[in-house]
Design a protein around this ligand. Structure first.
Ligand code: HEM
Length: 502
């Protein structure tokens, strides 16, 4: 010890300071690791964390690869942000179902705070009393909206518009635009009682804004993980903010108009429902709670429905068409089923869904294989908690690898094969949901639109199949590789031929 002290005394003041700081830092690091038994993970670089390792590989795939070395629960660093990734059915369900509230937070990053007006959104807001109140109001409003036949009418109208256009196209065509038109028109109907003609300039403008946002979002903004960039944001970040403003300006116009014309006896759409829920809550609740239901919150809730509903729905439809065009024998079985249930024309009733088990099974299988939101939305821990024997400190970002659950060979036989029958029981009815199928996630943050999306997608698929036989152009082989960043799984651009059925 004496020798060490003598050596230190020979160093310059600067070197002594660095030495003391290093010893202090290492001790603090050691103590933290003693207190928390964190999950293992790949070695992280200072500040950059593990980001260099998943350049060129989507994060969900890299996590799946790493889980072979580190197990299903692992620590990774997105820049300086510590994340725990959950990569198996057992650990995802432990977090979402057994320890619901512990894992119900949302990380408040630079970009989410910016885009959600300081966390006022349901999808991006953290888990607290105000958030719970708004989630409850939105659930109530959506239930109120779907209780009548409005959704069926909107769906039929939106699909018919696109079907008429597709009937006139005889050559191969990329279905993305048409699926986007269906998805956007349904949500415009749900939220604002509006549908547009497919060539309406305003409609096209909205679509191109959503498309550009989908393309540039990629893996999310660099500003979240490299804080100094916030002082001089990247071009991509600036463009994202611009696009977001454009979307909000459009939503604002609709909301202002709805406020002026709201009539509690005549609820037209989700916006009316949420405005009514806001009005009723303000009449029933105390002043403190009322102050939490601001117009800013209402705007964010409507934006949530749009933001969370459009890309998920249209990408699921894109993948479905790709799989159906590639598996004509599956398509024939759907044709047989829908011909017995759906009239060629007329409203698509939600009650048809129960008579379309094979069609629904096809959709479940497409959702499993495509996993359009492979990591769901990131969660964060609301308190110090555990997964298995590992400690997960409060405020840790948690990634749920839904893609990995859907591609786990221990849970699914012939995991990469397209086999809709796996979702049916021996009588041909839909079997109970397998634990490893979780495209809408689970627990406190389960997709708020699940009750709309599921019947809607079954009926849209049935509606397409009632009208068309879809095939790949002659000589074209299907490509099921995904493209885009790791946030959404998007099929590579492809073309199909829509042939009108007799
Ligand atoms: C194929 C269709 C859809 C899929 C696969 C899907 C999937 C998801 C997933 C994985 C999440 C994240 C859940 C979590 O944080 O654990 C989510 C959240 C959400 N979804 Fe969906 N979704 C779909 C359609 C919709 C639709 C049509 C709507 C609106 C009507 C919607 C509204 C929302 C909202 C508001 C959230 C945020 C919930 C929260 O943070 O509490 N989704 N969705």
């Amino acid at each position: 010890m004496e020798t060490v002290l003598r050596y230190v005394s020979t160093l310059s003041v600067a070197s002594q300071t660095i030495l003391v700081a290093s010893v202090f830092g290492i001790t603090a690091y050691y103590l933290l690791h003693k207190r928390y038994r964190l999950p293992p993970g790949p070695t992280a670089l200072p500040l950059l964390g593990n980001v260099l390792s998943f350049r060129g590989t989507p994060l969900y795939q890299k996590l799946a690869e790493w889980s072979k070395t580190y197990g299903p629960v692992m620590t990774v660093y997105l820049g300086p942000i510590r994340c725990v990734a959950l990569n198996s059915t057992e650990v995802v369900l432990e977090a979402l179902v057994k320890k619901q509230a512990d894992f119900a937070g949302r990380p408040q990053t630079y970009s989410t705070k910016l885009l959600s007006d300081g966390g006022k959104s349901i999808a991006l807001g953290d888990y607290h009393a105000t958030w719970r109140l708004h989630r409850k109001l939105a659930t109530k409003a959506l239930r109120l909206y779907t209780s009548g036949n409005r959704l069926e009418l909107r769906m039929t109208e939106s699909l018919n518009k696109v079907v008429e256009v597709l009937k006139g196209i005889k050559e191969p065509v990329n279905p993305h635009l048409y699926n986007s038109l269906v998805a956007l028109n349904i949500l415009l109907g749900v939220c604002f009682d509006q549908t547009y003609a497919v060539d309406d300039p305003m409609f096209k403008k909205m679509l191109s804004t959503f498309d550009e946002f989908l393309t540039i979002f990629g893996n999310g903004p660099l500003e979240d993980i490299i804080p100094p960039l916030r002082l001089c944001p990247t071009k991509r970040m600036k463009r994202m903010i611009q696009l977001f403003d454009e979307i909000f300006n459009i939503l604002d116009t609709f909301i202002v108009e709805h406020r002026k014309t709201l009539s509690p006896e005549h609820i037209r759409d989700f916006t009316d429902s949420i405005l009514l829920a806001q009005k009723e809550a303000m009449e029933e609740l105390d002043e403190a709670t009322m102050s939490k239901i601001t117009d800013g919150h209402v705007k964010q809730t409507i934006a949530d429905i749009f933001g969370a509903g459009i890309d998920t729905t249209r990408l699921t439809l894109d993948w479905t068409i790709l799989y159906l065009a590639s598996y004509p024998e599956v398509q024939s079985k759907i044709h047989k089923e829908v011909d017995q249930v759906l009239p060629k024309d007329g409203t698509m009733m939600l009650s048809y869904r129960n008579q379309l088990p094979y069609t629904e099974a096809v959709l479940h299988e497409v959702m499993r294989l495509s996993s359009v939101v492979p990591l769901g939305l990131p969660h964060s821990t609301t308190c110090d908690t555990k997964i298995g024997d590992y400690d997960i400190p409060q405020g840790t970002m948690v990634l749920l690898n839904l893609w990995m659950m859907h591609h786990d060979p221990d849970k699914w036989t012939d995991v990469e094969d397209f086999k809709p029958e796996r979702f049916l029981d021996e009588t041909g009815a839909i079997a109970p949901k397998p634990d490893s199928w979780l495209p809408f996630s689970a627990g406190r943050r389960v997709c708020l639109g699940e009750s709309v999306a599921k019947p809607e997608l079954v009926l849209l698929l049935a509606g397409y199949m009632r009208q068309f036989k879809i095939s790949l152009p002659d000589g074209v082989k299907p490509d099921f590789e995904a493209t885009g960043g790791g946030f959404f799984r998007t099929p590579k651009p492809f073309e199909v031929v829509f042939v009108e059925r007799d």
